[in-house]
Write a protein that binds this ligand. Sequence first.
Ligand SMILES: [Zn+2]
Length: 245
Amino acid sequence: MRHKIFDGNEFSIITIANVWAHNVPYLLLKCAEFHNHLCPGLISGYLIVEYLVKNFPPKRNEYYIVFAVPPWCKDDCIQVLLDSTVGKRMMYAKMLSREQVEHLPKIYRDIAGIYVIWNRTAERGIAIILGFNWTKVRKIAKIKNFIFKKYRWLAKLKEDLVLIKYLDRPGLFAYVIKKFSINHKMLDKLAEARVNPLVVLGVAKLTSTQFSTTRTIVYLTATGIIIAGVTAILISKRLRKKTTQ
Ligand SMILES: [Zn+2]
């Protein structure tokens, strides 16, 4: 690793080879092919999909739309397994700032995305906020703190080798935080740029920066309306004066 004898591809080679040696499902290897390495983050995506499909299987006329909130390696795996790709507008990646995470209620701190099961006939869906328990992963993998700090790649490989033992038990790590019923209007809003979907769903408040931006827009719009109104009154007064003359 230190000498980079494979031109910086050491992590990819070591993780893919070591996990492959354990006869993991072909689809997990397909995800690794897309992601270009096999990390615990990618495996968390595999477990999340297993959890979703087991507990919330899509019925006829239904499909998944994924809001990667926040995005991490899992979302490459989710795109491969669910075919919910960015290009098909079935995945939207929304990064959360440190401030936004800090403002989240405690139960959302391990948030692993919003998964919508959309019914194209009814034009309605269920949005499920899922969590992923990384504390449990680290506890089971028994990784000492100094290894995590000094040999991060080794810690990740160890987590890989632990997680692949639980591929058929996704409920050990993935869990439902909250469920919502949503309509078309709400779905469009969730996907919009510069919109925090957690605020749309009412589980997070606007942070001070977002709030000040919104407030500035409101002030500017209000000022614009007042100026336009005053100008219109002045013009109409002048016109009335001219007609009476
Ligand atoms: Zn990764």
